[in-house]
Design a protein around this ligand. Structure first.
Ligand code: TXA
Ligand code: MG
Length: 335
């Protein structure tokens, strides 16, 4: 298949491809997604094939407005409240499905479905042009870091999907927060830009953070996304480190090793441009750069190990550390 590269001006064309059951990669504020008509099972199957995704890992449905949800799910008052406060934005909400309304191929056989309304004009315009909700998993090959540029998507999906809409680099850089509102107690299944504190403040109740970087046995139904499969991992060895250990790390660094760290840490370690990837100065900069750096070094043949600095676990730093721990298979530098 020849993959077309589209711009944000090609909305109608992209909508037409989606209507015709084709797969189109689209931008969001978090990472790029792989879109297909969520009501067309053949189209949805193409997404699993393009990603190489296991069939029991459910897909998110991406909508352009709240009305698009009505046909598929029952929306509780609490869920409505979250939508009013955080949508459009980086929060994916899991709700119980109306019986028989959502394809089992989308839900992976679960009785719940995840919804997201992205904070990106192009994404919403494309969904409107398609006239249906679209599934929207991250547009990477299953197991690889999520794509934050159209070039990353091209790297993984060229020849496998109909088109990619280039809208420049994404702003946030890690996937949305996933909150399960189908359980008795609201539960975070994946940390993202919307934090546990923000959710608690909005709902006025305790929100559980079930985030776990440990794998579980593969015959258990996954409660938290990414618990079951190795995620976000490049082929190169990734090791996380604490900034307090920066000078010890510097001492053992080989010429084939590289370091991804904040500017102050790079300065302390006196690393060359060739041996370092700047994670900027803020938690937001770092999060935006994480997957781009991992993808860059993954393609550099001579590199053997990528050391990545852990962030303070506040705000979006929690999401950064979660994705980093998964990429590193929890491996940490110690002396
Ligand atoms: O920011 C994002 O959410 C991006 C952009 C493209 O929208 N999308 C994304 O989709 O990250 P995906 O499929 O890569 O991640 C969705 C996660 C998966 O780990 C999946 O297991 C989980 O959400 N998930 C989907 N439906 C679920 C459900 N009904 N119950 C529990 N987990 C669910
Ligand atoms: Mg993903």
């Amino acid at each position: 298949m020849k993959t077309e590269l589209l711009t944000s001006k090609d909305i109608q064309h992209a909508g037409g491809l989606l209507k015709a059951g084709e797969v189109v990669a689209f931008p969001t504020e978090t990472v790029y997604g792989l879109g297909a008509d969520a009501t067309n099972e053949l189209a949805v199957k193409k997404v699993f094939t393009a990603k190489g995704r296991p069939a029991d890992n459910p897909l998110i449905m991406t909508v352009a407005d709240v009305q698009q949800l009505d046909a598929f799910v029952v929306i509780s008052e609490a869920a409505q409240h979250l939508m009013a406060v955080f949508w459009p934005g980086s929060l994916t909400i899991i709700l119980p499905t109306k019986p028989g309304k959502v394809s089992m191929i989308v839900t992976g056989g679960l009785q719940t479905v995840a919804f997201r309304l992205p904070d990106n004009d192009v994404a919403r315009a494309v969904i409107r042009a398609a006239g249906v909700p679209i599934v929207g998993p991250s547009a990477n090959t299953s197991g690889k870091p999520s794509p934050t540029t159209a070039q990353h998507v091209w790297h993984d999906m060229n020849g496998k999907i109909a088109a990619i809409i280039d809208d420049g680099p994404t702003q946030i850089g890690v996937e949305s927060t996933v909150v399960d509102m189908s359980s008795k107690v609201p539960t975070i299944l994946r940390p993202g830009a919307v934090t546990q504190q923000q959710l608690q403040d909005t709902l006025g109740v305790t929100v559980i953070d079930a985030t776990s970087t440990k794998s579980v046995a593969s015959d258990v139904i996954p409660k938290a996304p990414g618990m079951k499969y190795r995620h976000y991992a490049p082929d190169k060895k990734v090791i996380m480190f604490d900034r307090l250990d920066a000078l010890d790390l510097k001492r053992i660094l080989q010429s084939n090793d590289v370091v991804m760290a904040q500017d102050t840490t790079i300065a302390v370690m006196q690393l060359s441009l060739e041996q370092s990837w700047s994670l900027g100065e803020t938690l937001e900069n770092a999060t935006e750069q994480l997957f781009a750096g991992l993808r860059f070094y993954d393609d550099e043949e001579q590199i053997t190990t990528i050391y990545v600095e852990k962030m303070s676990p506040i705000g979006i730093g929690k999401a950064f550390n979660n994705r980093l721990a998964k990429s590193a298979g929890n491996q940490e530098f110690s002396i």
